[in-house]
Write a protein that binds this ligand. Sequence first.
Ligand SMILES: Nc1ncnc2c1ncn2[C@@H]1O[C@H](COP(=O)(O)OP(=O)(O)OP(=O)(O)O)[C@@H](O)[C@H]1O
Ligand SMILES: O=C(O)[C@H](O)COP(=O)(O)O
Length: 395
Amino acid sequence: MNKKSLNDVWVSNKKVFVRVDYNVPMDKAGNITDDTRIRATIPTLEFLLSKNAAVILASHLGRPKGKVAPEFSLKPVAKKLSELLFGREVKFAPDCVGPEAKKMAAALQPGQILMLENLRFHAEEEKNDPEFAKQLAGLAEILVNDAFGVSHRAHASVHGITKYIPAVSGFLMDKELLFLGQAVANPERPFVAIIGGAKVSDKIGVIENLLTKVDTLIIGGGMANTFLAAEGHETGKSLLEADKLDLAKELIATAKAKGVSLLLPEDVVVADKFAADADRKTVAAGQIPAEWMALDIGPASAAKFAEALKTAKTVVWNGPMGVFEFDAFAVGTEAVAKAVAASGAKSIVGGGDSVAALEKLNLAAKITHISTGGGASLEFLEGKELPGIAALADK
Ligand SMILES: Nc1ncnc2c1ncn2[C@@H]1O[C@H](COP(=O)(O)OP(=O)(O)OP(=O)(O)O)[C@@H](O)[C@H]1O
Ligand SMILES: O=C(O)[C@H](O)COP(=O)(O)O
């Protein structure tokens, strides 16, 4: 990449504004249920602290819509970070701008960490407001952007701020760009992509772009129904996007024209209602009964997909193969998780559900790269320019 990274700049004894994506899931009691995004930034933080930088951390959490909302406070995140740094103090500023934040940032000493309160408590963050961006920039001398997960948003803390202080990527950002970048620009072949999840409409761009790059495209999950219907199959009460049938037909034709092997489910697990305890049976993809709905891929599909993954050298996976939240319909997603892990390919996985399946099966360690980006990794795979990355300083 022709962008400057943390290794290219002098940070010793400097005040460094580190934008992270600590938008982590929490339960109702405010406990962090998955700290992956926090742990993923530790290498950047350890490096900065070892260089005696004064670290000012900023993140958003949730979508508080520009208003102060205590349930979206980053305070529990500061506590968790302190634990992950073996008890090192993480100071906490009650706001990300204003006199208190300014005072605390000014007083911060080399080797200390200060976390600012949720950036999205100010509507100006999402509006990319120049004055707000200037205030954030005023707290530090340089921006280290380690927030890959938010790099598809042109927000003040990742975009506007770079007009006032130089911006470089952190090590997590570097890692994301390296693995995702290599997969789309220079994949070792065969390159197999697995796309699942609820709707085709969410992932049209990704499917279109991947069709120009992959050798095999596997489609599962709810979105597969629209493709099955496009091939003339009856899909009963399954989730179906009738307005995307022509598009699905076009995508099938594009795959054919490009010589991409497009794999759709050949059998599905159908349910008599959308419920964890629904009656279920496995049927051929072409024989979904009128009153039933497909909620998972069947065993023959899982075996077909696993076969394609066996020889893969690069795998990209996003989205579950079925209604993974219900144990009875998580079998297909788990079978794909096992096949991706066993493939020995360079594997890149994004999307909360796919990662959760891998973690449940204790297979996450077998994956080459688990992306911390949801929407950001999808937009990257679509081939879009991400504003947070475009704004980094050129080399
Ligand atoms: N056959 C199906 N019918 C209805 N819903 C389905 C089906 N298969 C999968 N889903 C649903 O798709 C949802 C996930 O789709 P989504 O596109 O959000 O996936 P994702 O990219 O992995 O996103 P996330 O980051 O939230 O995991 C799950 O809630 C799952 O229940
Ligand atoms: O979780 C994410 O994908 C990022 O933190 C971005 O969050 P957003 O979709 O609310 O901008």
